[in-house]
Design a protein around this ligand. Structure first.
Ligand SMILES: N[C@H](CCC[C@H](N)C(=O)O)C(=O)O
Length: 284
C-alpha cells in the first residue's frame, strides 16, 4: 500500500489537495489518476483537484495543478495564494515576497503575516494574453476576441476571451443569479473553437470597480471561485469599457471577494485569502 501526506487548502472555497513534493514522491504516470481519485468526495478526500508543491530550478517553488478530471492546468490563482501560504508557513521560503514557477511562467507572491500565519496573499499574475493564438482560440492569430458574436446551439451570444496562462471566455449577464452556468458552461468548455478547452465565466457588472462572477471551470465544473477567471473577467471588463484600468476592482465570487487591478504597466494583481482546512495521509 502506497501513501502520501497531504494538506487540504482553499481559496474562497476553491479547494485542492496539496502535496509537498519536497518531501513526497509520486510516480508521474499516476498523477492524473490520483487527482481524480483524491478529488472524489465519496471515495477520496473531496476537492476541485490536486496541486503539487515542487522544487524548481528558476524559483523557490513550482506549482503544478491538476483538475478533478485529471487534466493538468497551466495556472491557478486560488492555488497560487495557497501555495504561497504553505511555503511561507513551512519555511520553504523565508521572505514575504518571492517568485513561484507555473507552467505558464513565473509569478510573484507577497504574503501578509500575523503571528506567523499568512492571512492574505497578493499575486502579480503577469500580463494577460489577448491574441487568439495565445488564448488559444481558432481564427486569425493576431486578433483579439472582444465583444465577438458567438453562436451556441442556434443562440447568439457575445464573448470576450482572455488567457491568464490558461484560457477563459467571458459572458456578460444582467443578473448573475440567472447565469446559465450549468447549461452553457459544459457545452462551451469543450467547444472546438477553443482547441485546448476553456474556463467559462459569467459576469454581472455592478459599476466601474465591482463585478459579480460565477464560473464553470475547465476540468472541474462549477467551483466556488476561480482566481485566474476573476483576473480574466477584470481584463475583459476593462477591454469592454465596463470597468476602469489601474483601479482596484472588487470581484464577488460565490465563495467570497477578490481585489484585482489591471495596472497601467500591464500586469494583473490579485489579492485574497488562503486557508488551511486539514492535513492527513492518503493511501493508494
Ligand atoms: N480549471 C483551470 C485550472 C484551475 C484554475 C482556477 N481554480 C483558479 O483559481 O485560477 C484550467 O484548467 O485552466
Amino acid at each position: 500500500m502506497n501513501q502520501f501526506s497531504f494538506t487540504k487548502m482553499h481559496g474562497l472555497g476553491n479547494s485542492y489537495i496539496y502535496v509537498n513534493m519536497f518531501e513526497e514522491t509520486i510516480p508521474e504516470s499516476l498523477l492524473s489518476l490520483l487527482a481524480v481519485k483524491v478529488s472524489n468526495v465519496n471515495t477520496g478526500i473531496g476537492a476541485d483537484g490536486m496541486i503539487l508543491i515542487c522544487p524548481s530550478k528558476v524559483a523557490p517553488v513550482k506549482m503544478r495543478i491538476f483538475n478533478s478530471d485529471g487534466s493538468e492546468g497551466k495556472n491557478c490563482g486560488n492555488g497560487l495564494r495557497c501555495v504561497a501560504k504553505y511555503v511561507y508557513e513551512h519555511g520553504i521560503v523565508n521572505d514575504r515576497s518571492f517568485f513561484i514557477e507555473t507552467l505558464s511562467g513565473l509569478v510573484k507572491a507577497e504574503v501578509e503575516v500575523e503571528n506567523g500565519a499568512v492571512t492574505n496573499v497578493t499575486i502579480d499574475m503577469g500580463k494577460p494574453r489577448l491574441k487568439r493564438s495565445e488564448i488559444p482560440m481558432v481564427g486569425p492569430e493576431a486578433e483579439r476576441v472582444v465583444a465577438e458574436p458567438f453562436e451556441v446551439d442556434g443562440q447568439l451570444y457575445e464573448i470576450t476571451a482572455v488567457s491568464m496562462g490558461n484560457p477563459h471566455v467571458i459572458f456578460y449577464v444582467d443578473d448573475i443569479n440567472q447565469a446559465a452556468v450549468t447549461s452553457l458552461g459544459p457545452i462551451v468548455e469543450k467547444d472546438k473553437r477553443f482547441p485546448e478547452g476553456v474556463n467559462v465565466e459569467f459576469v454581472e457588472v455592478v459599476n466601474d470597480h465591482e463585478l459579480h462572477f460565477r464560473v464553470w471551470e475547465r476540468g472541474s465544473g462549477v467551483t466556488q471561485a476561480c482566481g485566474t477567471g476573476a483576473c480574466a473577467a477584470v481584463v475583459a471588463s476593462v477591454l469592454n469599457g465596463k470597468t476602469a484600468r489601474n483601479k482596484e476592482t472588487i470581484v464577488h465570487l460565490a465563495g467570497g471577494d477578490l481585489t484585482i487591478t489591471w495596472t497601467d504597466e500591464g500586469n494583473v494583481r490579485m489579492t485574497g485569502p488562503a486557508e488551511t482546512i486539514c492535513t492527513g495521509v492518503y493511501y493508494y
